[in-house]
Design a protein around this ligand. Sequence first.
Ligand code: BG6
Length: 313
Amino acid sequence: MAGEKPSVELCKGINGLDKVVLRDALGSSAEVYLFGGHVTSWRTDHREELLFVSNKAIFKPPKAIRGGIPICFPQFSSHGNLEQHGFARNKFWSIDTDPPPFPSDSSSKTFVDLILKPTDDDFKIWPHSYEFRLRVALGLGGDLLLTSRIRNTNADGKPFSFTFAYHTYFSVSDISEVRVEGLETLDYLDNLKERERFTEQGDAITFESGVDKIYLSTPTKIAIIDHEKKRTFVLRKDGLPDAVVWNPWDRKAKAMPDFGDDEYKHMLCVEAAAIEKPITLKPGEEWKGRLELSAVPSSYCSGQLDPRKVLQG
Ligand code: BG6
């Protein structure tokens, strides 16, 4: 693959759904379904898949795809009156052929711009006019870059508020071999305990049972260290103060029809989000939320699996 020209190709995916495939010159790639504006694949230059998608994922609208990176908008989870995680992940997005320029445009030439706008029917569910632009790009070294720009286009002068998450499912070798760094000592809301607020204790976050926590006011960098794979995912985020950590574990896995009973062992969601303090936009205002994902060999972190080197770098 190396030495090929970067390409952006619109083609058919599972069940004939439209998807865009991005490939960079070194062979890294990403796939985005127009249904949901949903990234379903991110591969290294060795064609190794970095995102988890369930073998039982149903690629059938309006059911959101289980895995990859669902977009939660305008509501995270059940924190409001809308359907769980809002409607953006259940809608058909369009390719945005003429997006407004980015103030500091990245050097990436391998990207696609998508747009979601409400239909008359959508208006009945959420009575606001908006333009949601999503750019998915491959950056240097095969990094995956997502930028969301959400604009209030209400003509009636009304502001709107929303919560948001990039609900990223990372592929991991074995959940019991995984550690998350960057969230220790922070406050979180525990979704498994009626969203009660607690403070994280201990040095690092490891996994022995189901977890569903919203960490608050998190740093801009978070690392997921996969000891068995000797791989570290680094999340860099902007405009997204919170971070959700979710793994359903065995009992919840069995209750999900589009998720295999044992698949919880091979995934972890770490979701860059804005939840605790909803974003409010007046007409004409725009919000931007950016997520950069890198996958680096853990030896990169000083040869001793030291994520702090990554987090401080
Ligand atoms: C997480 C939530 O973000 O998404 C969990 O914190 C939820 O509470 C999970 O169970 C999956 O949600 P869904 O709607 O995709 O099944």
